[in-house]
Design a protein around this ligand. Structure first.
Ligand code: ZN
Length: 85
């Protein structure tokens, strides 16, 4: 399994891969039951169909010097090169 990055919100180093069925959030047989939860601040991802997808989703948000974060904060950044598709 891929490593989880620290929480992007509180820096907690021990986010967990959680099973939504085991946690009682979704019913057995639900196609998307896996998510990542931070023990520090309670941040969590949406539910995904497996733990690898959830991990990738978490790590994308948690990216340290964050392309995603930068683009969220500056959508009109002229250096992004986007043509407004
Ligand atoms: Zn956190």
């Amino acid at each position: 399994m891929a490593d989880l990055n620290p929480c992007p919100f509180c820096g907690d180093n021990a986010p967990l891969v959680l099973d939504g069925v085991r946690e009682g959030f979704v019913k057995e047989g639900h196609p998307n039951r896996w998510f990542i939860g931070c023990q520090g601040c309670g941040a969590q991802t949406r539910y995904h169909r497996n733990s690898d997808v959830a991990t990738r989703f978490w790590n994308r948000r948690a990216e340290p010097s964050g392309n995603l974060r930068a683009s969220e904060q500056a959508p009109n950044d002229p250096q992004s090169g986007q043509e407004g598709a």
